[in-house]
Ligand binder design. Structure first.
Ligand code: CDP
Length: 796
């Protein structure tokens, strides 16, 4: 007779446990970087360039030095004397820490001041006199490669133009043949605009160098503390064991807090020079103008079609605008991230992708904003192309998707771009979504409404997303292989602490990692503490971005718990006085196979590990596991949106949003739902209202929350979520797939496709995001495509 614990009651897999971290967050008891105050701490502010491209003729800091309370004024020239004016980026480029020769984007860091308080530091920044000689400005790839374009990166030897890379994947000749056989070729040109992750908390750091111990401690807003430690060791030439990076609570990251920013480096140097803690907290406009943009890719895509709807091949050319420095944090093998995951859900025989990266006079971009390295762009392009192809063929968009999906029995499936997708039930998810939205009824309503002059539309987005980089064979950042680790210590009372090298920024790791341990060991989740973010205590990890935590760190947690269970089994055999082979496991308890009522709990084994271990056994119940995933995880999602567009104003209202997400086994269904709702909210905002672009002079338009709108509960539509399709990941120890970013990745196309469907009779093929009312109105009124690409008129 089983005496196993009830997994849901103890907070194991599948329990919608309330997030333990919320206890402190909703009481205002979080501990963010800006909350930390150290004795003798000084404050740093950054002077940023007002111009997008200009030669620096002179910098005069004398007035700033004279202001009482100023301790240090740093310029690029001073940084250069310590070989710190430039730093390596995560994509093998260099980036100016403080400008020496030129400024290359509006908002670039030119100087910084350290003072007794931030106000004095800010005033002193304004007292720095910089003389600029303006240069011609580039704000898009077309300008970047035009004849006679100024070379933005003239600091680099052998850089005679503005091209960073050419990259290709797939089979060019095979694709050519597929296109030659096609009955129809569907073409789509569009731009995925720059967007900004815009976390509530901006970036910041407090560097504290202690000359007596030679130890540098940095409290900072980073999603990847161990990577930052390695970068600081390399840039500042400090020994790694003397660097401690502590990432306290983070007020949202979304990729914005992965890169190494000049502010971090300057605060570190300032602390070393002054031997006092130096705090830098970025302000909101600094964050919006200069740190961590995402997207900004142009697509020229074609789909080769057979008249019955079969896709014969795809061809995509992408132009990526990286801004002034190529600083993407992404696996080094792939210059344009995982853009080649496009069409992974579809059974496409052949394809070819070319990509070109260019510099521009914009802040460095390429942040994987809630995205697995350019997957958002890949899925957006894919789903816009799919809808256009269905429309060009005159086919139903749902049926067109279904007939081209990879079938359930076809897994594992090798995509034409080299990925191995391993599981999914795509058609079933689509059916659930279509049923939920009342697809056929809606199509009828749409026709009926059209006769009365009303414009309804339905948009579908279906995608599988590669989450959980590595494996280490293919994935590395700056040569550091992408795996993760977890450490588990079970105390003698049977309570436990688990630590990983991931770093939660609101995703709820403190809750869900405990649930994994609970599932593996039967220790109640409330008896398990989770700790992340301190490189002196956490085991090595590549950090949290690209929804890789559950696929990699979460798997390491399961694996280390299994190591603990293996040792506990030996302890149980000893306590029960039987051989290990005679011991069986059920949740929370080992028992004798032939006498199930004779058993010991995991807690009894824990006490024995410290007080009554068998002869020869190493005491204690602790272990570490390193996890190198055999493959990415491949969640699948269907997002369906219905809208009504007002032809008089171009305003569009969302009528219904249905989401069907298959992320394998759900550790915490409530947290998963929260992740999906958050992602859909961001998707809606990007599609509808977030406008951040540049005028011809490189001024950042939308660098404030009057233009770059964050949706509140008021604007955000309701979402209907479905969880009935569960395809466990075949290689993940608990069958989980990532979920954190799926809805943000797949969602935008559903909203845009819905609006485009509502106006599909006008011949308009594309309106670039955001689909602001004036753009929709202009497209409808004049029957023309609307490009949102910069430069915009400054008065727009
Ligand atoms: O890397 P990141 O934490 O941003 O993304 P994730 O691994 O997809 O996880 C986001 C949150 O959802 C975490 O708290 C996960 O543990 C949870 N999750 C879950 O409960 N079940 C899944 N199958 C996937 C994630």
């Amino acid at each position: 007779m089983t005496q196993a614990l009830d997994e849901i009651k103890i907070g194991g897999l599948g329990a919608s446990r309330k997030r333990v971290e919320d206890n402190r967050f909703i009481r205002g008891k979080g501990n963010y970087t800006d909350d930390i105050v150290l004795p003798g701490m000084l404050h740093m502010e950054i002077l940023r360039s007002p111009l997008a491209h200009a030669r620096i003729k002179s910098i005069d800091t004398s007035r700033a030095w004279q202001i009482p309370g100023v301790h240090l004024v740093l310029t690029g020239e001073m940084m250069a004397t310590r070989n710190l004016a430039w730093m390596p980026t995560l994509s093998y480029d260099t980036q100016a820490v403080l400008a020496t020769d030129k400024v290359r984007f509006q908002g670039q860091e030119v100087a910084c001041v350290v003072a007794d308080d931030p106000y004095i530091a800010k005033d002193a920044c304004e007292a720095i006199d910089v003389e600029y000689e303006p240069l011609p400005v580039i704000v898009n790839p077309e300008q970047a490669v035009a004849d006679g374009a100024p070379v933005i990166r003239d600091d680099k030897e052998n850089q005679a133009d503005n091209v960073i890379y050419h990259w290709e994947v797939g089979d060019a000749e095979g694709t050519e043949r597929a296109f030659a056989r096609a009955d129809k070729i569907s073409r789509m040109k569009l731009h995925y605009p720059r967007s900004h992750p815009s976390p509530i908390e901006c970036c910041g750091s407090i560097a504290d160098f202690n000359r007596a111990t030679s130890k540098l401690t940095v409290y900072m807003t980073t999603q990847a503390p161990h990577i930052i430690r390695a970068a600081v060791a390399l840039v500042a030439e400090l020994p790694e064991h003397m660097i401690r990076i502590i990432s306290p609570d983070i007020g949202g990251g979304f990729g914005n807090k992965v890169p190494v920013y000049p502010g971090y480096v300057c605060s570190i140097l300032a602390s070393i020079l002054l031997e006092r803690p130096v705090k830098w907290i970025e302000d909101k406009s600094g964050n919006l103008i200069s740190t961590g943009f995402a997207r900004d890719i142009y697509l020229d895509g074609e789909v080769a079609l057979r008249s019955d709807g079969k896709i014969l091949g795809v061809r995509m050319h992408c132009d990526a605008d990286h801004g002034a420095f190529f600083s993407d944090a992404q696996p080094s093998k792939f210059k344009i991230g995982l853009l080649h995951s496009a069409f992974a859900a579809y059974d496409i025989p052949v394809g070819h992708i070319t990509a070109r990266g260019t510099y521009s006079n914009k802040a460095p971009g390429g942040v994987a904003y809630r995205c697995s390295f350019r997957v958002t762009e890949a899925m957006f392009f894919q789903e816009r192309m799919i809808q256009a192809a269905a429309h060009d063929l005159g086919m139903d968009q749902a049926e067109f998707r279904r007939m081209n999906f990879v079938r359930d029995e076809a897994f594992p499936h090798r995509t034409p771009f080299g990925f191995l997708t391993d599981s999914g039930q795509y058609a079933k998810c689509l059916d659930v979504g279509l049923r939920a939205v009342g697809y056929q009824d809606f199509l009828r309503q749409k026709e009926a409404a059209r006769t009365k002059g009303r414009r309804l539309g339905i948009g579908i987005s279906t995608m599988t997303e590669p989450l959980g980089a590595g494996n280490s064979r293919e994935y590395d950042i700056l040569g550091i292989k992408m795996f993760d680790s977890a450490e588990l210590k079970v105390h003698l009372t049977g309570k436990a602490i688990v630590r990983t090298g991931a770093r939660t920024q609101g995703q709820g790791h403190e809750t869900t990692w405990a649930q994994i341990v609970s599932h593996e060991l039967g220790i109640p989740a409330e008896d398990i503490t989770v700790e992340e973010g301190d490189t002196d205590t956490a085991p090595f990890g590549m950090g949290t971005y690209a929804s890789r935590s559950t696929p990699v760190a979460g798997a390491a947690v399961a694996m280390v718990a299994r190591k603990i269970r293996a040792k506990a089994r030996k302890l149980a055999a000893h306590l029960l006085e039987v051989s290990e082979e005679d011991v069986e496991w059920e949740l929370g308890r080992f028992y004798v196979r032939s006498a199930p009522s004779r058993g010991v709990t995991i807690q009894e084994c824990a006490i024995a590990a410290y007080s009554n271990m068998p002869d020869g056994m190493e005491p204690g119940l602790e272990n570490t596991a390193f996890y190198d995933p055999p493959n990415l995880t491949w969640p699948f999602a269907v997002y369906i949106v219905t809208v009504e567009v007002d032809p008089e104003t171009g305003v569009w209202d969302v009528l219904n949003t249905v989401a069907v997400d298959d992320c394998g086994v759900r550790i915490n269904p409530m947290i998963v739902e929260g992740q999906i709702m958050g992602g859909l909210t961001e998707a809606y905002a990007i599609a509808n209202m977030q406008f951040i672009t540049f005028d011809a002079e490189g001024n950042c338009v939308g660098s404030n929350y009057m233009d770059y709108l964050l949706p509140t509960a008021w604007e955000t539509p309701g979402f209907e979520l479905h969880s009935e399709v569960v395809t466990p990941c075949p290689h993940h120890p608990i069958g989980a797939k990532g979920i954190g970013e799926c809805a943000a990745v797949g969602g935008p196309a559903a909203f845009v496709n819905a609006v485009m469907d509502a106006i599909s009779d006008t011949g308009v093929r594309n309106i670039d995001m955001p689909l602001l009312p004036d753009r929709v109105w202009e497209a409808l009124t004049y029957g023309r495509d609307i490009s949102g690409a910069p430069p915009v008129r400054s008065d727009d």
